[in-house]
Design a protein around this ligand. Structure first.
Ligand code: IMP
Length: 197
């Protein structure tokens, strides 16, 4: 069986990857299976650069094919912020509510929905030891709501209105989100990429 490491400790993400890769004959592992795993600093300037840094470091360390991801929210009115700083936008602790409050405050007075355009972005990098790293990117277009709505999901979901559905991401079921999310789009592209590696 071909082994592949997903460079994350997030169980939800591991499950998403497993559902997709197990039918292709991959034994999916994650950093939860490697408790002594190395820390990789995300010093890149883009989601793609950070995904590459993580995938290459882990695949070199364990000598296994590795997939890494990096994702976040880009708001046009804020010139792409919070971007790669999405998780810690309001401070060092990963505080989703503080991040939401900061974004809503920064968009105070921006009344037109069209001016509040934004997208979630997910970059995936696939690294083979000694081989060339490949990347894909998925996006989900939308707008920042005037106030938060919905209970599901995580992060910025309660303030992100999905353009196609006119509902916040937090109002969608897990299945609905998994059909349209930036991660789902990127994962779909990954299937093609992995077939060719
Ligand atoms: P990570 O790539 O999983 O570390 O995500 C970085 C940050 O981007 C998260 O902490 C969230 O703030 C934000 N983010 C990424 N994906 C999503 C999503 O699907 N919904 C809401 N927020 C997200």
């Amino acid at each position: 069986m071909k082994e592949i490491i997903i460079a994350t400790k997030n169980k939800g993400k591991v499950k998403e990857f497993e559902a997709l890769l197990a039918p292709l004959g991959y034994l999916v592992q994650s950093l939860l299976d490697y408790p002594d795993s190395i820390d990789v600093e995300e010093t890149g300037a883009t989601f793609k650069e950070n995904a590459i840094l993580k995938a290459e470091a882990i695949s070199a360390h364990y000598q296994r094919m590795t997939i890494a991801d990096d994702s976040g929210l880009a708001i046009d009115y804020l010139d792409g912020k919070p971007g790669i700083f999405s998780a810690r936008y309001a401070g060092l602790a990963k505080d989703d509510q503080a991040n939401i409050n900061k974004v809503l405050e920064e968009l105070t007075g921006v009344a037109e929905l069209e001016s509040r355009s934004a997208r979630f972005i997910c970059a995936l990098a696939l690294s083979n030891p000694g081989g060339q790293t490949k990347t894909v990117e998925g996006t989900c277009e939308g707008y920042i709501a005037m106030k938060q709505q919905g209970e599901n999901g995580f992060g910025y979901d309660p303030i992100f209105i999905v353009k196609k559905l006119n509902k916040t991401m937090a109002m969608l079921s897990k299945e609905e989100k998994n059909r349209i999310s930036h991660r789902a789009q990127a994962l779909e592209k990954l299937i093609d990429m992995i077939d060719q590696s």
